[in-house]
Write a protein that binds this ligand. Structure first.
Ligand code: GUN
Ligand code: FE
Length: 460
């Protein structure tokens, strides 16, 4: 009992088997460990079942009524982090994927996003979106909203109400050459003032005193913004020190637009404008070169890899292996609705598939030796890291790992739920096999509980 009395004060103890990734290569499995949480939702201690006084501690916690126990068929994972979501595009999920990016934006996406001039429209859509993402295990969501103040604030309020950790950016876009007149901010001043006003309002939202929902400066992408706006948003990023997000070198059209306009890549232009910071999240970055990778690493910025959306809009596959080998910060994004799945589990699978497509190549008319880029494939363990610890590293937040000092954001995977595709072969499957099955075969119904900040926010 000495160990127990020497514990920092705790509010809740949870006994469960869990997996967590401590790096892209290192997976930790703990069997029936006890995780102690404090009032603020931090993990203050983890006790392993091999510890000498384990049984005594379990008995004590049970008697005190503070132990929540999970059977061996259930496994805890760190909550999943989705680094790139366009909240207003939720009604388009699963449709309108038949155009290249520039036409897709003009024909389907901007007309839909313009509807968020109505805060009640926003409330209806965003309530359903946040609930769905939580049910799929997204405990931290990084959102683009639309250009509208009220609707963007609605999204932040809904995340607070439903208990999701979130980063929300009111989109900035003022370039009348690239944006339709019905969906464009009308001056640099208006756009900068609106960005500042949104950040201020979000930080002051009742219930957000601890900053569970954070603001993000969000120049949509370089084509949608004037040079003056990019300069001003760079200054604002330095002044406020908050997160920044934008799209970077996503596909050929956008990449060449920026090369033509500035004679440099997106990464170099963002660096020039002061928008490449340790808190910048670059969506995609498929066409970045070695110099860009060096700049991203030097800045400590991160990449949101969106493999599913890339198959539709990027014209190529992100060189993930190279980015990991260079130790860039990388996590995953669904890129709703350019990606048609809301699940970060799916994003893991698509990241693996995309890396294999790059590795082997896809054109059967080419000789095998000419077809792909050998050495590009990633493993399921790396995909798990990207969805969890990698995302946390991109955001510079203590999330994505089940580890002392981290916030307790977690999923319970019930491997034997009614319609499970996961068959654990008792006595034959190793813990490595179990995690592999969880990554490849978890579906929404396997996710029986979702915890954010030490609070259970979903219990199916
Ligand atoms: N580039 C600029 N806006 C968007 C968007 O909404 N989705 C994607 N995938 N790329 C973009
Ligand atoms: Fe996007």
């Amino acid at each position: 009992m000495n160990k127990l009395t020497s514990l920092k004060p705790f509010k809740q103890a949870i006994r469960a088997s869990f997996f967590t990734a401590s790096s892209a290569r290192d997976i930790v499995f703990k069997e029936q460990a006890i995780i102690f949480l404090d009032d603020a939702g931090y993990i203050v201690k983890i006790i392993e079942h091999t510890q000498r006084d384990y049984s005594e501690i379990v008995a004590y916690l049970k008697a005190a009524g503070v132990l929540l126990e999970h059977p061996r068929s259930e496994y805890l994972l760190p909550g999943f982090i989705d680094l790139h979501i366009h909240a207003p595009q939720w009604p388009n999920l699963g449709k309108a994927l038949d155009r290249p990016l520039d036409k897709w934006l003009q024909d389907y996406t901007f007309p839909l996003e313009a509807k968020y001039a109505s805060a009640s429209y926003a409330r209806k859509v965003y309530s359903h979106l946040v609930k769905t993402l939580l049910a799929h295990g997204t405990t931290t969501a990084v959102y683009y909203s639309s250009i509208h103040h009220d609707a963007s604030l609605e999204l932040a309020k809904i995340c607070l109400q439903q208990g999701q950790r979130a980063l929300v950016g009111k989109v900035s876009m003022d370039n009348q050459d690239q944006c339709p007149d019905y969906y464009c901010e009308t001056s640099v001043k208006e756009a900068v003032d609106a960005c500042r006003k949104f950040i201020d309002a979000l930080q002051k939202l009742p219930g957000n005193e601890k900053g569970r929902v954070l603001p993000v400066i969000t120049p949509r992408f370089i084509p949608a913004c004037t040079t003056e706006l990019l300069v001003e948003l760079g200054k604002l990023a330095r002044e406020i020190g908050c997160h920044v997000q934008t799209h970077c070198s996503e596909g050929d059209w956008e990449h060449h637009y920026v090369l033509d306009r500035y004679g440099m890549t997106d990464t170099q232009a963002l660096k020039y404008f002061g928008l490449l910071t340790p808190k910048t999240i670059l969506a995609h970055s498929n066409l970045i070169n070695e110099e860009d990778m060096g700049s991203i690493k030097q800045a400590g910025a991160g990449i949101a890899h969106c493999p599913l959306s890339n198959f539709y809009f990027a014209n190529c596959v992100f060189p993930l292996r190279m980015a990991l080998d260079k130790q860039l910060h990388v996590g995953l994004g669904t890129d709703i609705s350019a990606g048609h799945s809301p699940s970060v589990f799916d994003a893991c699978r698509h990241a693996i598939t995309a890396s294999k497509a790059l590795n082997d190549g896809v054109d059967p008319e080419l000789l095998a030796a000419q077809r792909g880029r050998p050495g590009s494939a990633i493993t399921f363990k790396e995909a798990f890291w990207l969805a969890t610890g990698g995302g946390g590293e991109v955001l510079s937040l203590p999330v994505g790992q089940l580890k002392e000092g981290f916030l307790f954001d977690a999923l319970v995977i019930k491997t034997n739920c009614a319609d499970s595709d996961i068959f654990i072969n008792e006595g034959e499957d190793t813990s490595h096999d179990v995690l592999q099955k969880i990554i490849y075969n978890t579906r929404r119904s396997n996710i029986s509980e979702v915890w954010v900040n030490g609070q259970r926010v979903m219990n199916s």
